[in-house]
Write a protein of this length. Structure first.
Length: 203
């Protein structure tokens, strides 16, 4: 609400899932962050990388106009990307919904389910710990890999937002996708079924 202090992006407890851990972002993550953001596959749908480490610090460690919390995605103790969630406005009155965003920065962590696992882990936290009602995400319509991961995690397409983003010198359309709290149990059940199937496979 107006007048309230907006929290810093790293001012959050870690979030632990069955396979991944989200560690609040900190100063020491900036070199990896800049390397990830300079990867062509990240740039394609995430925009141009910060030009300097100071710009990265301002973008990722300083408070924004609205609350946003940023995390390093860790798999087996190694950072592989970034995930974040934010509310529209400061204050508990607006904390019933959140928007999320994610990228996988390490090339060898792509195309093996890390993104979907990260989305599911974040949804579990937002619905089961934060008790939110609605979570949204808005990938570019050309981001087929991301859209597949979001759909697998339980998001549904609500519509297309025309010229909702400006990337690489042009306006681009984005999908508006959402998942409601009463849709999460079925999405979680699918997640648990898939985990059980993997654990039953011979090693």
């Amino acid at each position: 609400m107006p007048g309230e202090t907006v929290p810093l992006p790293g001012d959050h407890d870690p979030i632990a899932g069955p396979r991944l851990t989200f560690r609040p972002i900190e100063e020491g993550d900036l070199p990896d962050l800049m390397r990830w953001l300079a990867d062509p596959e990240v740039i394609e749908f995430y925009g141009d990388a910060p030009a300097t480490i100071e710009a990265a610090r301002d973008d990722y460690l300083e408070a924004d106009v609205n609350p946003v919390w940023r995390f390093v995605i860790e798999e087996d103790g190694r950072g592989v990307g970034e995930i974040q969630y934010g509310h529209d406005y400061p204050g508990d009155d607006y904390a019933w919904k959140a928007g999320i965003d994610i990228f996988i920065g390490e090339p060898d962590a792509r195309d093996r389910g890390v993104g979907t696992e990260a989305i599911r882990t974040m949804l579990q936290h937002l619905f089961e710990v934060q008790s939110l009602h609605l979570v949204t995400i808005d990938p570019e319509v050309a981001n087929a890999r991301g859209i597949r991961a979001y759909e697998k995690a339980g998001f549904r397409l609500d519509g297309v937002l025309r010229h909702h983003a400006f990337e690489h010198g042009e306006y681009v359309d984005t999908h508006f996708m959402s998942i409601l709290e009463d849709e999460w149990p079925a999405a979680r059940a699918r997640w648990e079924t898939e985990r059980a199937a993997v654990s039953d496979q011979p090693r």
